[in-house]
Design a protein around this ligand. Structure first.
Ligand SMILES: [Zn+2]
Length: 146
């Protein structure tokens, strides 16, 4: 047989390792061997320097919250049964910014810059409050000013 496999589009061949890793609870990013920067979503070349020497690496799963928006209406399944949910943009510790969803985050508790960690729901990366986030730690008591 010659030619590319007819059942797998090019884009799927590129992103398949990402989804296979996600199904096992691991988050991957692509890192450029030329400039050393990571990017997301997966591309065949580096969006920073156009280098093609791009490889997969496992991300730490740590991120900080950049921005978010509560979604109250979405007619597309499976979102219909999930509203309201928090659509979020997070900054991965490795650098790339990623569109995702914030979970286990009670209304009003999200704040820009809060630490997050990756979680997986049905093989889809989502984020929740991470170590140091959520409840104020003992250190926060000392910052109480009159
Ligand atoms: Zn690069």
């Amino acid at each position: 047989m010659d030619g590319p496999p007819h059942d797998v589009p090019e884009a799927d061949a590129l992103t398949r390792p990402y989804w296979e890793a996600a199904a096992r609870g691991r988050l991957l990013v692509r890192r450029c061997g030329a400039c050393g920067r990571a990017h997301h979503y997966p591309r065949e070349f580096c969006p920073h320097c156009w280098g093609e020497e791009v490889t997969w690496e496992e991300a730490s799963g740590r991120a900080t919250l950049y921005t978010w928006s509560a979604v109250h209406h979405n007619d597309l399944p499976p979102f219909t049964g999930r509203v309201p949910y928090l659509a979020a943009v997070v900054d991965l510790a490795e650098g790339p910014r990623m569109m995702t969803e914030l979970v286990d985050c009670p209304a009003g508790t999200a704040r820009a810059g809060m630490p997050l960690e990756v979680a997986f729901r049905d093989g889809i990366p989502v984020f929740r409050s991470g170590p140091g986030g959520g409840e104020p730690g003992p250190g926060a008591l000392g910052s109480t000013a009159r």
